[in-house]
Write a protein that binds this ligand. Structure first.
Ligand SMILES: [Zn+2]
Length: 515
């Protein structure tokens, strides 16, 4: 890894900038809107298509979760995670990442004790305490309360009356991969047996597949291994087999695919960069998911008419990222949806007067309504405004979210940078300090802190999601000498490292990351 001379001056520290934020709304605490509780145990995936399959991961989160999430992100597969409350409490960032990646979080009790391990067995009172404590923990960490409970070990004692009383549904499975029985080391035979079990659906059109991303049972590690590398190794082949058989991957709500903010331009789930050249051509630089490039190709022309361009997640609501751009001549903002495979839909105007903004970018879903939004830094008074997207290429009422941002021309969102489950904003102050403004998930900021200095040497900031493939969102920075640098985020608001990932980028008037 080559280090950047400026980056060597990166430092963390707090500097009073007199940068005030407007009144904050209460922390996001959305009550779950659960489907009507099921009268029986659920053991088949929602039938939202002719063939659907629900991948479920129990007993986490734990150290193997990032590897599982990385595979699901790469293949755009939405899954359901039955976590124990004890593990959620032990791994809060990982718990939040499940939700910020777009998966469904569900309840697997707090202690993962079987009826025989509890004095008096599973009474309604015992289960109510286990399930609701876990639900409260998940709500506190992610703002969302679970709707589904899976009993540890699949025991059914008193489960249905308890979950119904809580407004939840109980979930079992139709396919047990027995991945928890696999040995504590990578083994081709083990991965093969997980693949064979997971894909042996006996012709059922809506299987629920049981897998594990951690260990919550109480046997000693020498008896049951906590190693889940074989599950991770099996996962791409399980996904490929179901895709080849025409299955759609769904969570237990029937949701499919990961949220638009996590999707890229070329459709391979690896972050990309779009950049214009002085001749007006638009180029797509396809990331390889490992801090480099697969290649680049022209994907448009005539972009001289634009003086701002940024990716805005699934702004159009069609399941693919949209690119927004501003026309130089009249300040109108236009939406150009992509087709999710490196091509384009039809462009259309989505409003006028946007030349009032000195900087424009999308923070993803900043207000927590499920749809990506746009931020505008007003040129005249340095105020920052949120324009919430309505999920269909239009707007909900906009409002001011900050002031004192005059001179913060380089401002961008890398998604959830500090691992609290909500998208954040990074901005370079006129003195070169890089500031992290942590989003609160409901359209405001919860805090701000300095996460670097010396950033005045960069002409543009962008984010292509997880460019390095480490599992966490990164920041890409373009120096005025045309070199492009990746600053790898550590998911707690800091950096794991930085390296040069390109040169010759000075002839790119407009540049944005998609991923
Ligand atoms: Zn379990």
């Amino acid at each position: 890894m080559r280090y950047h001379p400026l980056a060597a001056r990166l430092s963390v520290g707090l500097t009073a900038l007199g940068l005030a934020l407007t009144a904050l709304a209460a922390p996001a605490a959305r009550a779950a809107v659960c489907p009507a509780p099921s009268a029986a145990f659920i053991s088949s995936a929602p039938a939202t298509a002719a063939r659907t399959v629900a991948l479920t991961f129990d007993d986490g989160p734990g150290p193997f979760l990032p590897a599982v999430l990385k595979v699901l992100r790469e293949y755009d597969v939405r899954a359901t995670f039955f976590d124990t409350g004890a593990h959620d409490a032990a791994f809060p960032s990982l718990t939040r990442q499940i939700v910020s990646d777009g998966h469904l979080l569900a309840d697997h009790s707090w202690d993962h004790l079987y009826p025989s391990q509890v004095a008096g067995g599973w009474t309604v009172g015992y289960l109510t305490d286990q399930i609701s404590r876990t639900a409260s923990q998940q709500q506190a960490l992610t703002g969302q309360s679970p709707c589904f409970f899976r009993p540890p070990g699949g025991f059914t004692d008193n489960v249905l009356p308890t979950v119904q009383q809580l407004g939840m549904s109980a979930v079992l499975w139709s396919i047990d991969t027995l991945d928890w029985q696999q040995p504590g080391a990578l083994s081709a035979a083990s991965a093969n047996s997980i693949v064979a079990a997971a894909t042996n659906n006996g012709g059922a059109p809506h299987p629920i597949v049981l897998m594990h991303d951690a260990k919550a049972s109480h046997e000693a590690n020498s008896v049951v291994s906590p190693f889940r590398g074989n599950t991770v190794a099996a996962l791409p082949r399980i996904i490929a087999a179901y895709r080849a058989a025409g299955f759609q991957f769904v969570d237990l709500n029937g949701g499919s695919g990961l949220r638009g903010h996590n999707t890229d331009f070329s459709g391979d789930q690896l972050g990309d960069v779009l950049a214009t050249r002085p001749d007006g051509s638009l180029w797509a630089y396809r990331g390889n998911g490992a801090n480099g490039w697969q290649g680049w190709a022209p994907v448009g022309s005539g972009w001289q008419i634009a003086d701002a361009m940024f990716a805005a997640g699934d702004f159009a609501g069609d399941g693919h990222p949209a690119v927004l751009y501003r026309r130089k001549d009249d300040g109108s903002l236009w939406m150009w949806p992509t087709d999710g495979a490196g091509g384009w839909g039809a462009t259309r105007s989505i409003g006028g007067g946007w030349n009032a903004c000195s900087a424009l970018f999308s923070p993803g879903d900043f207000d927590g309504d499920g749809h990506p939004d746009v931020m505008c830094l007003r040129r005249d008074d340095g105020s920052l405004w949120l324009y919430p997207g309505d999920g269909a290429g239009g707007w909900r009422p906009w409002f001011q979210i900050g002031h004192g941002f005059a001179g913060y021309e380089r401002i961008v969102s890398p998604g959830d940078f500090d691992g609290d489950g909500y998208p954040d904003v990074l901005a370079v102050a006129p003195n070169g300090a890089l500031w992290l403004f942590s989003g609160n998930g409901s359209g405001g900021f919860r805090s701000q802190r300095q996460v670097g200095s010396g950033w005045q040497g960069f002409s543009a900031l962008l984010s292509a999601g997880d460019f390095t493939g480490e599992g966490f969102p990164d920041l890409l920075a373009l120096r005025s000498d045309g070199s492009l640098w990746d600053y790898a985020g550590n998911f707690t608001g800091g950096w794991t490292g930085w390296s040069q990932v390109g040169s010759g980028w000075s002839g790119t008037p407009l540049v944005t990351g998609v991923g």
